[in-house]
Write a protein that binds this ligand. Structure first.
Ligand code: G3P
Ligand code: CA
Length: 259
């Protein structure tokens, strides 16, 4: 699709390179992160799981089957075993040899050049023991508090982060239906009851649910909202015009910004 230029008035909105610039390079690899660094994206989004030996690694699924030449659960493989796998060739043979990166490697690659949106995942059956604390420790060790944001679909993960004294932006990812008709809460018409997420900076919604009224209601309730995942530049522009604070896309290279 044709690339677009976002007009100046949209300067404050955030474009997010989803799983890195995953339209150009294998998702969640250093190659995708490097490609994203060359785009006008404001954020790079990656997903994290935890290896058998407690290392935070960047991969989307709880198993290595879809994106690598291996099989099995991330939770059952050590970092050394994960590092032997090829995480590039399935995307395109020119990326053969790409590895599953650790979160530490991604933090070193991004180094504050853009913001990093880290999505904490759960394992196939269980939550990872210590994933939240290990992620926060890595952010602290890399002095990355100012340019990292954490997001998750899972309330127990967000609640664990909120229980620590670590100050960092968090986004709640909504899955499933958001009431499409407003309801009365505290004598006010609102979409959804997001009170339990009051610690979150943003409630991130799927593009199917994006509407001017919902975005406005989230804003009125004190939340920003980033919409996932839209690859058509025309629609990305529309989402920003509806009031979205951020849009996640696999193709950040198709969106540039007016000077
Ligand atoms: O950033 C939101 C989006 O990444 C959530 O879905 O499956 O791509 O991690 P998923
Ligand atoms: Ca994600």
């Amino acid at each position: 699709e044709q690339a677009i230029v976002l007009k100046k008035q949209l300067r404050k909105v955030s474009l997010v390179a989803h799983r890195g610039a995953s339209g150009l390079a294998p998702e969640n690899t250093l190659a995708a992160v490097k490609k994203a660094l060359e785009t006008t994206a404001d954020y790079i989004e990656v997903d994290v799981h935890q290896s058998k030996d407690g290392q935070v690694v960047v991969i989307h699924d709880p198993t290595v089957d879809r994106t690598t030449n291996g099989t099995g659960r991330v939770a059952d493989l050590t970092l050394a075993e994960l590092k032997k796998l090829d995480a590039g060739a399935k995307h395109d043979s020119s990326f053969a040899g790409e590895r599953i990166p650790t979160l530490a490697q991604v933090l070193r690659a991004v180094k504050g050049k853009k913001k990093l949106l880290i999505e904490l995942k759960k394992g196939e059956d269980n939550y990872y023991q210590g994933l939240e604390e290990n992620t926060l420790r890595l952010i602290r060790e890399h002095r990355a508090e100012e340019w990292c944001v954490l997001q998750s679909f899972h309330d127990p993960i967000l609640e664990r982060i909120w229980q620590t004294d670590f100050v960092i932006s968090t986004h709640k990812l909504m899955v499933g239906k958001i009431p499409l008709l407003p309801i009365y809460i505290d004598h006010e018409l609102k979409f959804g009851n997001f009170e339990r997420y009051s610690e979150a900076t943003a409630i991130n919604i799927h593009r199917y649910f994006a509407s001017k009224a919902l975005i406005k209601s989230l804003h009125n309730q004190g939340f920003k909202t980033f919409i996932w995942t839209e690859d058509s530049p025309k629609n990305i522009k529309k989402l920003f015009e509806l009031g979205a604070d951020g849009v996640m896309t696999n193709h950040p290279e198709l969106v540039t910004r007016a000077e």
